[in-house]
Design a protein around this ligand. Structure first.
Ligand code: B12
Ligand code: SF4
Length: 612
């Protein structure tokens, strides 16, 4: 992974490391193969390659770049120190894309490096989010600066050159703050990971961000406060270049990491290019994308997405209770649109993943259980992923609690959306944590797995493919107590890589437990696979036609008949409001930021007309 030295120039070692975080036992979450490559790593690598090509440290210097993702590679600080010292050169270790939950681990990696005098810089959402939203620098950032770590807030496009030059002359500042100056992305060096780095993840899939920024205002969201609400996009020509470069190295699968591709100002031009490449040149391109729940209202968006190769979409559904959505300032999510929206994605051939948040003020274990049942029966979502409502630094929610002095967990490692980090209005921490873990079991029951497979068969989606996706998605939370996005193939644990403050275990205890764990987890996985396979066989063999309330066409009567619209006063009110608006002929567009403030609704949800 280290670029081989080519000349006798003085070396400058640039290490780009994406840190992982600790599990509840204090071991680094690490796999032989992790699930998704880090896009931040791809972005930083693309920028670094560009700096190296332009000789930004002078003709006499050679920038040697090493790229590591800790979720699939063990980081050995001693080895980094040795490499820098042996080459007699200078160097910089960049800890990249550091989220809040990864900040403690990033500092632990940095500690021995700093003790050896190596320059270290940390950037990513934790630093940027805190600097953007908090009146003071929080203690963990201060502690990092006290260790001599440089913090970088903001985006590094157009700035890496300056940073490398400062590191080369030992002149790094403690804090760089570019939060008020978001760079344009047109013409910026494109994200790139060599295929040997991509191979360390499963599925040979790479990623790129086609753009940044989202117009909406969700209170739990960090993105709008870090990357802004205005769409900044890469040019369609750059996107084509990224895709072609990856096709040339045999990578055909892409995760477009835009939080909301539907609001990328260039979506249509980008899709048109991809459609041309697929339909005219016959290139094999498959895309996973993230979109909002009103994307089906953008004329042509879903149909073009399907033709461009989008075969999986993550949809921020968040909740089916309009009251919860309103509290979270997610008024653009209209439950009256959910069925039409999901059906539109299915018509385009895409598999749908719904993000679902637990822990809104009105939630109780009973209401969560009821709502999951309604989703199973009435919404044609394929995979559902659960998160605990978390005050992530960088979000309006976090700022509000911080300013009000409300207690939040001080251990940043826990801010991964699967741990409770602040008090809920009515549930105890234990109750919320319990119902969070139970939610996965409630949704992924054998009966519901069968239903999802039957629905897939009806629309011509491979039930086998669907079965495998369901299996992997529910195995990680069940077996590892981790979110599936943090999962991978074959868990690695190193006795010496335990969180400081937690004792190093006796080798006998550590290895015997590790082996036992591997055996039991694999046996449980095999049992799950066996059970799912039996369900698949049953579905495949069954010749009877199938339908249910979720996949039936959207009708006027749904509003009276489906629990989705009658289970709570807020749901009934949402229908009432829609009727009033449609009678008045109001058609605000959800694609504009101002409309987002105002719970945008189009009137079509009330008719049975296809929506995209
Ligand atoms: C793709 C993605 C993922 C992918 C891959 C991770 C990755 N980094 O690529 C997957 C699916 C695995 C993932 C998982 C999770 N994610 Co995620 N993810 C994203 C997403 C959508 C895009 C990341 C990205 O590529 N951004 C574009 C890059 C270029 O931006 P960037 O990271 O900020 O980097 C720029 C600057 O910060 C700076 N910079 C960054 N690092 C460095 C380092 C140095 C030295 C310097 C100088 C500059 C610098 O320069 C970069 C270029 O301008 C973001 C949201 C977002 N819009 O960023 C959420 C986000 C980062 N994820 C988040 C979270 C919480 C998670 C999860 C815990 C699950 C969850 N609850 O969503 C897991 C954690 C698992 C893990 N091991 O990472 C949060 C983090 C918030 C926070 N305060 O911690 C975000 C912001 C979304 C949110 N919910 O608010 N995620
Ligand atoms: S839709 Fe909401 S949660 Fe999603 S990126 Fe936009 S503001 Fe954030």
């Amino acid at each position: 992974m280290t670029a081989a030295p080519t000349t006798a120039k003085r070396p400058f070692h640039l290490f780009l490391i994406k840190p992982s975080h600790y599990d509840d036992d204090g071991y680094v979450i690490q796999w032989v193969r992790s699930s998704i490559p880090s896009n931040t790593l791809a972005v930083l690598n693309g920028l670094a390659l560009d700096c190296a090509e332009r000789d930004v440290l002078g003709d006499d210097a050679e920038i040697r770049i090493s790229v590591y993702d800790e979720t699939n590679t063990r980081i050995k600080p001693r080895e980094i120190i040795r490499q820098i010292r042996e080459a007699g050169g200078r160097g910089l270790v960049c800890l990249v894309g550091v989220q809040t939950n990864q900040f403690p681990r990033a500092v632990d990696i940095a500690r021995p490096l700093r003790a050896a005098g190596v320059s270290v810089c940390i950037g990513g959402f934790h630093v940027s989010g805190c600097i953007a939203m908090l009146p003071d620098i929080p203690p963990e950032l201060r502690e990092a600066m006290d260790l001599g770590i440089t913090l970088f807030a903001g985006e590094v496009e157009g700035r890496l050159e300056m940073l490398l030059q400062a590191a080369d002359r030992d002149g790094l500042q403690p804090l760089y703050n570019f939060m008020n100056d978001l760079p344009g992305l047109e013409g910026a060096a494109v994200p790139y990971l060599a295929v040997d780095v991509v191979r360390r993840t499963s599925g040979l899939r790479t990623s790129f961000d086609a753009g940044r920024g989202c117009p909406f205002l969700c209170s739990f969201c960090t993105i709008i406060n870090v990357q802004g609400r205005k769409s900044r996009a890469r040019s369609p020509a750059d996107i084509e270049r990224i895709v072609r470069e990856n096709l040339a190295q045999g990578v055909h699968n892409f995760f477009i990491t835009d939080d909301n591709l539907a609001r990328n100002q260039n979506w249509e031009a980008v899709f048109d290019r991809l459609i041309k490449m697929r339909e005219e040149e016959g290139l094999h391109i498959q895309i996973v994308a993230q979109v909002d729940t009103m994307a089906h209202k953008i004329r042509g968006f879903i149909a073009k997405a399907g033709r461009a190769g989008v075969n999986r979409v993550f949809i921020g559904m968040e909740n089916i209770n309009p009251e919860a959505l309103k509290q979270a300032r997610k008024g653009q999510n209209q439950i009256t649109e959910y069925r039409a929206m999901l059906q539109a994605w299915h018509r385009a051939g895409a598999l749908t993943y719904g993000g679902y948040i637990l822990g809104f003020p009105g939630d109780t274990p009973a209401s969560i259980e009821r709502d999951i049942g309604i989703i199973q029966r009435e919404l044609p979502i394929d995979l559902l992923e659960f998160f605990i409502l978390t005050p992530l630094p960088g979000s309006a929610d976090h700022k509000k609690l911080h300013l009000a002095g409300v207690e939040m967990d001080r251990d940043m490692n826990k801010y991964d959306s699967v741990h409770v980090t602040t008090r809920h209005a009515t549930m105890s921490d234990e109750d919320l944590q319990r119902i969070y873990h139970r939610a996965w079991d409630l949704y992924y029951t054998p009966e519901h797995v069968e239903t999802v497979l039957r629905r897939a068969k009806v629309r011509g989606y491979s039930p086998r493919n669907m079965m495998l996706k369901l299996l992997v998605f529910c195995a990680v939370p069940r077996l590892e107590k981790l979110h599936p996005l943090e999962g991978g193939l074959f868990r690695r644990k190193y006795r010496g890589d335990r969180r400081p403050g937690m004792s190093r275990e006796n080798p006998l205890t550590f290895y015997s437990r590790y082996i036992l764990e591997i055996l039991t987890k694999h046996l449980r996985f095999a049992a799950m696979y066996w059970r799912y396979r039996r369900i698949l066989k049953r579905v495949e063999k069954d010749p009877r036609p199938y339908t249910d309330a979720a996949i039936a066409p959207v009708r006027q009567e749904d509003f009276e008949e489906l629990e989705l619209f009658t289970a709570s006063p807020a749901a009934k009110f949402a229908v009432e409001k829609l009727r009033r608006r449609s009678t008045a002929g109001v058609r605000p567009s959800p694609s504009t930021p101002s409309a987002a403030k105002d719970a945008p609704v189009e009137s079509t949800g009330i008719s049975a007309a296809p929506l995209s």
